[in-house]
Design a protein. Structure first.
Length: 321
């Protein structure tokens, strides 16, 4: 965008947000239609010329945070208001995660990064923070390599650029069923080196997926065949974390698919510091399940999802713990 157009966006944003002028007043002053003013204000938000931040501190949110921390042993919990649209909700959770993440970053940190819509929103909202000697590692191979997947495959690289870090990709398929082929691939220097780096990560940033969800789930929809889906559901699969399927207690399921992953192991997940960025009522059961495992250190989610989880946990374990 050239300087002239950017200056126009800044001028209109100042008039609307700081001078409290209506869109109609701005349209008359700037000699343009009101719909054009509305479009320009939207553009200003998309380009981060306008950065809207809502302070969610309230008694209701404080109660949610304290109860989630107490019941599941989570160190840090960030809660945002549940928004009506799924995409809007994902973006709001992503913005909150971007703000929280800054408190967990420091020089010489090694970060393992998943990908997906929520993580993409977090990275998009993250403001640059220049660090020293930071490594960002891709946690598992690609689900697919189609044109639509490129924006997800570049998430780790985009984040590493924002923190002045070095990005290490994992150029491999997500799952390989043939044991011999998988073994050969894992022995290649670039794959072997990246897998070792994953095991040494100081922080894992990830969302999660839902098994058998009505909403789009990239791994479940794109890679898990009908037979495997049935087997996983029969074993009680509720969702997947870093492409590993887990049951209602957050325990990883004994199934070949969890052993076929090119990427982070279940052992590494269990011993790592995990920041889980996930929300939406369609995911509440999967989030609840993984919280039971005790593997989550930081959680960023929305209020209605967490209220649903707390309600279910109180029914299961009682009002007071």
């Amino acid at each position: 965008m050239d300087t002239k157009n950017r200056n126009l966006l800044v001028e209109i944003a100042v008039m609307y947000y700081l001078e409290d002028k209506t869109q109609t007043e701005i349209s008359k002053e700037m000699f343009m239609s009101r719909p054009k003013v509305s479009r320009l204000l939207k553009k200003a938000r998309e380009l981060d010329i306008v950065d809207i931040k809502i302070n969610y501190e309230s008694d209701d949110f404080t109660r949610i945070i304290k109860q989630v921390q107490h019941r599941f042993g989570i160190e840090d919990v960030v809660v945002v208001k549940t928004l009506k649209g799924e995409n809007e909700n994902i973006k709001e959770i992503g913005r909150a995660a971007a703000s929280e993440l800054k408190f967990h970053l420091h020089d010489d940190i090694k970060i393992g990064m998943s990908w997906g819509r929520t993580i993409k929103s977090m990275v998009s909202a993250f403001k640059e923070k220049k660090l020293k000697n930071v490594q960002v590692v891709e946690l598992f191979g690609a689900v697919e390599y189609g044109e639509d997947s490129q924006e997800f495959l570049s998430i780790g690289y985009e984040f590493s650029r924002k923190i002045n870090g070095t990005f290490y990709s994992l150029p491999a398929p997500l799952y390989i069923a043939d044991e011999k082929t998988r073994g050969i691939l894992l022995q290649t220097p670039i794959i072997d080196s990246t897998i070792k780096m994953i095991d040494e990560c100081d922080l894992i940033i990830t969302s999660l997926g839902v098994a058998d969800s009505k909403s789009p789930q990239r791994i479940w929809d794109a890679h898990i065949d009908t037979k495997t889906r049935a087997e996983l559901l029969d074993k009680g699969a509720k969702g997947y974390l870093c492409a590993h399927f887990f049951n209602q207690d957050g325990q990883f399921i004994e199934h070949d698919i969890n052993r076929q992953i090119i990427g982070i192991s279940t052992e590494s997940i269990k011993k790592s510091k995990i920041m889980l960025v996930a929300g939406g009522l369609n995911k509440w059961e999967a989030i609840y399940s993984i919280l039971k495992s005790g593997n989550v250190n930081t959680l960023v989610s929305d209020d209605l999802t967490l209220k649903k989880i707390l309600e279910a946990d109180k029914k299961l374990r009682g009002e007071y713990l």
